[in-house]
Design a protein around this ligand. Structure first.
Ligand SMILES: Cc1ncc(COP(=O)(O)O)c(C=O)c1O
Length: 393
């Protein structure tokens, strides 16, 4: 199987982890030798309710028995998508009300970028240094890491960058700016939180010049930081919120939400200005609905903050410089990248899944399912400490 994986499936790096998966359940993934791995990564923040959550699986099965794809996005009234977008609207602050469903996070970013241009009639988009918003060419254009994108130029013109949390840079947002797009918590950069009401100040500057604020909640969203969306922790409401990953409970999805007034502009001039075949797929929407119901009807969201405290209390070591992030979006910043690599690979051998961040080589990702138990957190942290203690100076 592994040989065929390397022969027939395109790779994204020369050295993928290549663990052979048998099945997954709750907080555990099992390999084909039936070795259990405690999952502190959750498919890179995607499996918000752990693996094969019964509520999600049952919702998918119920929809499978009714219908699969029947029509391109936006033409027919399909119950699971309608119920999901309605429930989502009830959970969002005004005026965020109308949602466009896509197949992935990066497509939702593309839609949000287009919406900002369409609404303002302007072309400039401003993003942050070290930002990650996806890998299609529009999303890559706003990626703040030249080394990873220069091979794919030319990308979109009229993209400018500011430094996250740098208030002096807000002067770069002008009447030429269609939209400012930021991750609420910078992910790939090392889980950097906004400080000193930064997002509120960005929003104020956007309002002054008539630009839209787009917040990328694809990673912090869906309960991971103690609120449904990260921005709800930081006194700011964006004009467009973009989501994905955890919203599908393990199924592929993305979405962007805005006021009805903004979103309705996509219907006309030009007509069909943003279209997709599979966006809003009824089976995926069923998974999203079940996931959102579970997250909002349970105590999972407030519990993420208690779980964060537990992680922080258990992980102290001379090789850990800092623990960044909020809730269950945490990263260990190690003394150096060699130690980060040793921890990730060493823990995998010991049956604990950890992972890297995109642009911060000293970081170790801890983004477990929101459903992880205290006992599982203790078990995983004990493995991290054990592996750390094997590393010599
Ligand atoms: C903040 C952020 N934006 C956008 C994306 C892209 O989402 P997708 O991989 O579903 O296209 C990701 C994925 O890692 C992300 O973390």
């Amino acid at each position: 199987m592994k040989e065929d994986f390397f022969t027939y499936q395109a790779q994204t790096t020369p050295h993928p982890l290549a663990m052979e998966i048998s099945h997954a359940d709750g907080s555990y993934i099992y390999d084909t030798n039936n070795k259990a791995y405690l999952d502190f990564v959750a498919g890179v923040s995607a499996c918000s309710l752990g693996h094969k959550h019964p509520r999600v699986v049952n919702a998918i099965k119920a929809q499978l028995d009714k219908y699969l794809h029947v029509m391109v996005y936006g033409e027919y009234v399909q119950k699971t998508a309608v119920e999901f977008t309605k429930l989502l609207a009830s959970q969002l602050p005004n005026p965020l009300e109308k949602t466009y469903l896509t197949n992935s996070g990066t497509e939702a970013i593309e839609g949000a970028m287009k919406l900002a241009k369409r609404v303002t009639g302007r072309s400039e988009l401003i993003a942050a240094k070290h930002a990650y918003h996806g890998n299609t060419q529009g999303a890559m254009s706003i990626m703040g890491f030249e080394e990873r994108k220069s091979a794919f130029r030319p990308l979109l013109p009229a993209i400018n960058f500011i430094e996250f949390n740098n208030e002096a840079d807000l002067a770069k947002i002008t009447t030429k700016t269609a939209g400012v797009i930021l991750e609420t918590i910078q992910g790939g950069a090392g889980f950097i939180e906004p400080k000193n009401d930064y997002l509120k100040k960005v929003k104020q500057r956007c309002e002054e010049v008539g630009a839209l604020l787009i917040l990328d909640e694809i990673q912090p969203g869906f309960g991971r930081t103690g609120k449904l969306f990260g921005f709800q922790n930081y006194n700011s409401v964006p004009d467009i919120v973009v989501m994905g990953k955890g919203m599908g409970g393990g199924m592929p999805v993305g979405a962007f939400t805005a006021s009805a007034e903004l979103m309705d502009s996509l219907q006309d001039q030009p007509k069909l200005g943003h279209i997709t075949t599979f966006g809003g797929h009824p089976v995926i929407a069923a998974a999203c609905l079940a996931t959102l119901r579970e997250i909002t009807e349970s105590d999972l969201m407030p519990k993420t903050l208690e779980k964060e405290k537990l992680f922080r209390s258990l992980l102290h070591h001379k090789y850990i410089d800092e623990i960044r992030g909020k809730g269950l979006m945490l990263s260990l910043i190690m003394k150096n990248s060699a130690i980060a690599n040793r921890i990730i690979l060493g823990c995998q051998e010991e049956g604990l899944i950890l992972f890297w961040l995109l642009f911060e080589p000293k970081a170790v990702r801890i983004t477990p399912p929101l459903t992880i138990s205290s006992a599982e957190i203790r078990q995983g942290c004990a493995i991290i400490m054990k592996v750390l203690n094997t590393i010599e100076d």
